[in-house]
Design a protein around this ligand. Structure first.
Ligand code: G6P
Length: 484
């Protein structure tokens, strides 16, 4: 008889587990905690309670046995080749991702993709219920798992369920295109509390419930059913952040500073080093950025070796057609610009199609005079917050698209509309030319904001909102206060 499964007071569920598989020289497999802010935030909330994390280990086939890593119990969920193709690449990233990001590329609808989405969401819900203790708090993350809240509620009415959306929630006119719009809304309404990046995202959700499900809403609260089973669900904004203290510490290390200096030297110590760091995704506006920079090169406003632009493009979702097309387009453009504008010993654009470890990223941020963050749509954009965090010297300048969640917090950035190429060019030039003392003032204010609103605070706020979520039938708790 197998040993009874351990149960936990806090269960996190996200599509991915926070670990990377490492194969040693003798073929032995081990796991390394991935260095994301989400893990740091969860570690901070799990210090006070026993926690488990349910997620996919990143490869198709049988799931590894549950294991403990960084004091967290990890419960892998299996995914077959077909699940990866239909649930992950298909429904999550070929249907939902484009609809939730303003249809920058067309969305594809396949009924068999949604069937796989339901199947995998159910598998997650069952795994969650297996490890959740009586009365546990269950925190579900992101667009890949929108059916999970209702599935968990049905299996386990005793647990409290929250969901956080890391990406935007679309306006009802776009959301309404989804053939499965009703199932998705009903799935989410299984939660007690729903967190979003921006106020507008939460409002879009509430409006969708009102218009597409005909549910009564009042402010940020939706009434799900009437009579004895009446339940209210609250949807509000709790913008995510990063581990300010941990990342700043890394940026302050002498090794990181020495590496930043070395990076600048290896690029010929330019007057201005411009940097872009993005997942290679069509939402990031990399093409618009390169177009604007190309015109500045054309006009002689920037030129290597005086100005150098480094673009790091982290490989992503490479089996999805739109991502393959994007890579081809970007690499073609970079090649053309370099052919036209590079000089011997100095490329106009240094393009790096790699993922870098955290310490190298921190060094790049420290080395860069201007960071270009130009998404066409982005739930938050943590790269912007990481840059600000690393600049303990108060140097650097941030060019930031108004279509990011970060724009709503980092008011002192050089703000741009990436669709307006002329405006983007002017903003880039302003970021280069503004006197250092003025830029330091702007950077100082942005750093204060991120220091005060770090990822630990975000996680605590989310969990507090969840614990104060409107009472359930049969409970006598007074009506919740409104927590911003
Ligand atoms: C976004 C999503 C995450 C996702 C990440 C990387 O940030 O909000 O849920 O994990 O992109 O994408 P991937 O498809 O590689 O997990």
């Amino acid at each position: 008889m197998s040993a009874p499964t351990q149960t936990f007071d806090l269960v996190i569920a996200a599509n991915r587990l926070p670990v990377d598989r490492v194969v040693g020289p003798d073929g032995d497999v081990s796991w390394r905690t991935s260095p994301g802010g989400l893990v740091t935030a969860m570690e901070s909330v799990m210090r006070s309670r026993e926690g488990a994390w349910v997620g996919w280990a990143g490869e198709s086939g049988d799931a590894p046995e549950p294991f403990v890593q960084s004091d967290m119990y990890l419960r892998p969920v299996a995914m077959s080749e077909e699940d990866v193709a239909h649930y992950y690449e298909g429904c999550s990233n070929g249907t939902l991702w484009p609809i939730y990001h303003d249809v920058i590329v067309p969305a594809t609808f396949h009924r068999f993709w949604f069937t796989a989405y339901e199947r995998v969401n159910r598998r997650f819900a069952e795994a969650i219920c297996e490890v959740a203790a009586e009365g546990a708090t269950v925190w579900v993350h992101d667009y890949q798992l929108q059916l999970v809240p209702a599935m968990v509620r049905e299996l386990r009415p005793d647990v409290r369920i929250g969901w956080f959306n890391h990406i935007p929630f679309p306006p009802v006119e776009l959301f309404a295109q989804l053939p499965w719009r009703r199932a998705l809304l009903e799935g989410l309404l299984g939660a007690d509390y729903l967190g979003f990046q921006r106020v507008a995202d939460a409002q879009n959700f509430v409006r969708a419930c009102r218009q597409l499900l005909g549910l009564p809403t009042k402010g940020d609260t939706i009434s799900v059913s009437r009579g004895a089973n009446a339940r209210r669900v609250r949807a509000s904004a709790v913008p995510i952040s990063i581990d300010f203290v941990g990342l700043q510490e890394l940026a302050r290390m002498p090794e990181t500073q020495a590496r930043a200096k070395e990076i600048r030297e290896s690029l010929g110590n330019p007057d201005t080093l411009l940097l872009g760091i993005d997942r290679l995704d069509y939402t990031k506006g990399i093409g618009h950025r390169i177009k604007a920079y190309g015109e500045l090169l054309e006009e002689g406003k920037v030129a290597p070796p005086r100005e150098i632009f480094v673009q790091v493009a982290t490989p992503s979702r490479e089996r999805v057609a739109a991502y393959r097309d994007l890579r081809q387009e970007i690499e073609g453009e970079v090649g053309r610009l370099n052919g036209d504008h590079s000089v011997i010993g100095s490329a106009a654009v240094q393009y790096l199609h790699h993922a870098y470890p955290r310490d190298e990223m921190a060094a790049l941020y420290l080395a860069a005079d201007v960071l270009l963050v130009t998404p066409l749509r982005d739930g938050m954009n943590l790269v912007a917050k990481e840059y600000v965090t690393c600049r303990h010297d108060e140097g650097g300048a941030l060019v930031l698209s108004e279509f990011t969640g970060a724009f709503h917090e980092l008011h002192q950035a050089f703000v741009c509309n990436p669709h307006d190429i002329e405006g983007l060019k002017q903003t880039i030039m302003r970021a280069i030319e503004t006197p250092d003392k003025d830029k330091r003032r702007l950077m100082r204010a942005m750093r204060r904001r991120v220091a005060d609103h770090d990822v630990q605070r975000w996680a605590h706020r989310f969990l507090e909102n969840l614990s104060h979520a409107p009472e359930r039938p049969g409970t006598s708790k007074a009506q919740h206060e409104d927590r911003p």
